[in-house]
Design a protein. Structure first.
Lengths: 131, 496
């Protein structure tokens, strides 16, 4: 328990990652899947950001206060989080676009339903070919 | 520094600029422009092969700071070979898919496929050259986005559903890969592959860090495995490859899935180091999953009723070979990297020629309608046969060398007995199954018509002929060249 309290940021980020991962993989609703993707990524970014922060140090922007590098926090994790956010925004955008397309064709957001409709269409095609 | 050392960087930048240019120019200009860029990038890759053969491998710094702070790319002979081969495969895929593009894709949208193909080229070359784990992640996501676009560009219901399934698997894989990379950074404090390796070795020597090393490598391997179609995560494969337009299925199956595997090679050799990998027991798991993929992939391919889906499902078995080689270690790694190249050439050849055969059969994909089409469309029939023979492992084609290398790797004395037996059994069973369904297909397409009618010849368009001939020639060249395997082996050693 004490370990969890000491590392509560890590614990929360792993929890977020697992929640998001489960939603992305096992939920049938496409919008919830995309939400899951974003929650999962948030977990990773929280983990990264918490690693980069050291209490009592300055933001890594040089403004004449101190020339000692040990007074500043590490800027790389923040840079990584920023890059990661850009990536996840573009991935979210393309997933939403794909979802809109799929909804227009099949009028449902349930992925199982979509596959069921496709299978039925394929069976119909086969029957027509036999005739 | 020689000027030539800028070429890898220039090839990435040239492809990036081409992405923008292709989104602005008309489709026909974009098409030929993309092919010219492919050739230029290939030429730069060939220059790098010659340069690295003379001067050895080198690191190219992208900024002004010394190594651990900087983003670097690393150029060795293996990377140069891959970076010169993949653009040519993209070019031949464009040529081969040209006439189906007009049928499958809206004329107004056709130029976007060239945007996406350039993006694939950027991503693949950056993934091959990169020396930085976070750059690897960014370009992995770029290639994911580009490949989803390539699949969904044929705007049919089935294709969009296939793209959706492909995307979900890919995102799961990317998530695992990202958290693996972040853990790697958290434990070592570096992003540069070489520095991570040194730090991990120190941690291993200090003791007590085995769980985190195992977890990190497992997450990265699992992520890349899901993305490239490792057993049991290959069920997106037949829909994705089978439903997309020809160019897309060639590029997605031939190149993009290979990009992830090459990244895995880089992690094994450069980031973790082969000794550390063995201590995580992941190779054994990869070996077993690879063997299962070889056998179950072939069974799934046999049960398909449509030609395109059968060709698509056989990819699952071929990817299984690669993972079996990765799991065996030693000479198995050489066999695996050879199979990466071999499959990148064989699969587009099969897709292009089967698309041409299907066109001759008036768009029918089932085997009954395909009876005798090889007699009408002789060119595609012959090239499909070449691809099929190569898959089966007929001498003088690349597939034969691949199977030979795997046999050689599986009888190596360093391998445990059970792995040796399992590998040989899997090779024999999978070759038999391959023979069963490919030779069955070849016999179907060359079967004479019952009523002795003289079939009229149907010639594929010049572009498709050129593409099929190109792929077949590459296949033959790799299958007959004896030095190629030695160069690959040498390149792999230099990777570490």
């Amino acid at each position: 328990m004490e370990v969890l309290l000491d590392h509560y940021v890590e614990a929360v980020s792993i929890l977020l990652f697992v929640i998001g991962f489960n939603l992305l993989l096992f939920d049938k609703n496409l919008i919830k899947k995309i939400m899951g993707l974003n929650i999962m990524d948030t977990g990773v970014y929280l983990f990264l950001a918490s690693m980069g922060y050291i209490e009592g140090r300055l933001a890594p922007v040089f403004n004449g206060v101190s020339t000692n590098p040990a007074d500043y926090v590490n800027p790389i994790p923040a840079g990584l989080v920023l890059t990661g956010i850009v990536v996840s925004v573009s991935v979210t955008a393309i997933s939403l676009a794909l979802t809109v397309r799929l909804y227009k064709k099949y009028h449902t957001l349930n992925l199982d339903e979509v596959y069921r409709i496709i299978r039925e269409e394929e069976k119909k095609e086969e029957k027509e070919e036999r005739k | 520094m020689d000027f030539v050392q800028n070429f890898p960087m220039l090839s990435i930048i040239l492809s990036f600029i081409s992405v923008v240019i292709c989104s602005l120019v008309p489709r026909k200009v974009g098409r030929y422009y993309t092919m010219i860029v492919n050739v230029i990038v290939c030429a730069m890759g060939v220059t790098m092969i010659i340069y690295t053969a003379q001067h050895g491998s080198f690191n190219y710094s992208m900024g002004h700071f010394p190594a651990p702070y900087d983003n670097e790319i690393r150029i060795g002979i293996l990377e140069a070979i891959l970076a010169s081969l993949f653009p040519i495969i993209i070019m031949l895929s464009i040529l081969g898919g040209m006439d189906s593009l007009e049928k499958d894709v809206n004329e107004k949208k056709e130029r976007f496929i060239y945007v996406l193909l350039n993006l694939v080229q950027v991503a693949i070359i950056a993934m091959i050259y990169t020396n930085d784990v976070f750059t690897a992640y960014v370009f992995l996501e770029i290639s994911t986005l580009a490949s989803i676009g390539l699949v969904m560009i044929k705007d049919k219901g089935h294709t969009i559903a296939a793209a959706m399934r492909y995307m979900i698997f890919n995102l799961v894989g990317s998530g695992l890969f990202l958290i693996g990379n972040v853990l790697l950074y958290a434990t070592t404090g570096y992003l540069s592959m070489e520095y991570i390796k040194v730090a991990l070795e120190a941690l291993q020597a200090a003791g007590g860090h085995q769980p985190i090393i195992t977890l990190t490598f497992a997450l990265i391997t699992l992520g890349l495995g899901i993305k490239s179609g490792l057993f049991p995560f290959y069920f997106w494969m037949p829909d994705t490859y089978g439903e997309a337009t020809t160019t897309s299925s060639c590029v997605v199956s031939g190149i993009i899935s290979k990009g992830y595997i090459i990244l895995l090679f880089k992690y094994m050799y450069r980031t973790f180091g082969l000794d550390l990998i063995v201590s995580t027991h992941m190779p054994t798991i990869l070996f077993v999953l690879g063997v299962l993929g070889m056998i179950f992939g072939s069974f799934s391919a046999i049960s398909q009723k449509k030609l395109n889906k059968m060709v698509a499902f056989s990819s699952a078995a071929q990817i299984g070979y690669i993972y079996m080689g990765l799991g065996m270690g030693g000479y198995g790694l050489v066999a695996a990297i050879f199979q990466v190249i071999c499959h990148a050439i064989m699969k587009p050849l099969l897709f292009v020629s089967s698309a041409s055969l299907i066109k001759t059969a008036h768009g029918k994909e089932d085997f009954v309608s395909l009876r005798g089409v090889g007699r009408k469309n002789v060119v595609a029939g012959v090239t499909f046969t070449i691809g099929a023979l190569s898959m089966v492992g007929f001498p003088v084609f690349a597939g034969f060398v691949m199977k030979f290398l795997f046999v050689e790797a599986s009888v190596a004395p360093t391998l445990p007995k059970w792995q040796m037996i399992l590998a040989v059994v899997a090779l024999v069973v999978s070759t038999l199954l391959n023979t069963l369904y490919y030779i069955r297909t070849v016999m179907t397409i060359f079967r004479p018509k019952a009523n002795n009618e003289r079939s009229t010849r149907a010639w594929p368009p010049f572009s498709a002929t050129l593409s099929m001939a190109g792929f077949a020639l590459l296949n033959f060249a790799i299958g007959t060249s004896t030095a190629f395997v030695d160069v690959l082996e040498q390149g792999l050693h230099l990777l570490g």
